[in-house]
Design a protein around this ligand. Structure first.
Ligand SMILES: C[S@@+](CC[C@H](N)C(=O)[O-])C[C@H]1O[C@@H](n2cnc3c(N)ncnc32)[C@H](O)[C@@H]1O
Length: 237
């Protein structure tokens, strides 16, 4: 399992403020939630709380869950609200009926086996009120494997420079998955630290994700085809 959300949680928190556009992402969720009158919401894979602060500021009744306490510790410190819970998305069992559950940041990519996907959707199904929404996105397998290149990122955050060198290798044992080998080189006040990380991520073909949703009793409302990702808005049957 990756160290990005444990030993390197602070690096994630700093780096991804420059990788993701959290304002844009928030607007995407907010417009769907508002037009479906969803107030009581759960964010799965909430990470360091970058979306949580926006949901809370705008009056949503919010709960964030994540597998890693190191991420939740940052979220609690940043957001200063007791709205987070440690939980594996494969074991969600909430009795409270949520209007909507969002798996954000394509966090479902970390669940690489079929059973894990079914368990995740089944748990979310139980946590939703009737016609409640499941909103999430996946990496699209064709888009990922057609253009399967190593890459490098360099960002500056305050007085820190974070360089990430990423190498990708197919790992097709459990599905359309790949291993991501990353080297982090962090320079701060003339001091350099280096960390190696490896993680396995799963991509999906559109048919595959639709079948998982059908098997777990979700109806697809909107499916957006992007080059490398598929965002979906689905509804509990
Ligand atoms: C790419 S990050 C996204 C975090 C946050 N949504 C954001 O946009 O910054 C993926 C998140 O999924 C979480 N995660 C990975 N596997 C998980 C699991 N089985 N259950 C719950 N969370 C998980 C990680 O700890 C991490 O916070």
């Amino acid at each position: 399992m990756t160290r990005l959300y444990s030993t390197l949680a602070h690096v994630y928190h700093e780096l991804y403020q420059h990788v993701f556009d959290y304002d844009k992402e928030y607007s995407f969720y907010d417009s769907i939630l508002k037009s479906n009158n969803c107030k009581k919401i759960q964010e799965v894979g909430c990470g360091s709380g970058m979306l949580a602060r926006r949901f809370l500021k705008n009056g949503y009744d919010y709960l964030g869950v994540d597998l890693f306490n190191e991420m939740l510790d940052i979220a609690r410190t940043e957001v200063k609200a007791d709205v987070f819970m440690q939980c594996d998305m494969r074991n969600l069992s909430f009795n409270q009926p949520f209007d909507a559950v969002m798996i954000t940041g394509r966090s479902i990519s970390y669940v690489t086996d079929n059973k894990g996907i079914i368990d995740t959707f089944t748990g979310i199904h139980k946590s939703l009120k009737n016609n409640g929404l499941l909103i999430f996105g996946v990496f699209e397998a064709n888009g990922i494997f057609d253009n399967f290149n190593d890459f490098e990122q360099n960002i500056e955050h305050g007085n820190k420079r974070i360089r990430r060198i990423s190498k990708l290798k197919k790992n097709l044992i459990t599905g359309w998955a790949y291993d991501w080998y990353a080297k982090y080189i962090i320079e701060e006040n003339g001091k350099i630290s280096e960390y190696d990380d490896i993680t396995t991520l799963r991509a999906f073909t559109k048919d595959e994700i639709l079948l998982f949703l059908k098997l777990t009793d979700f109806r697809v409302k909107v499916i957006i085809d992007e080059e490398k990702t598929i965002p979906l808005i689905t509804e509990k049957k």
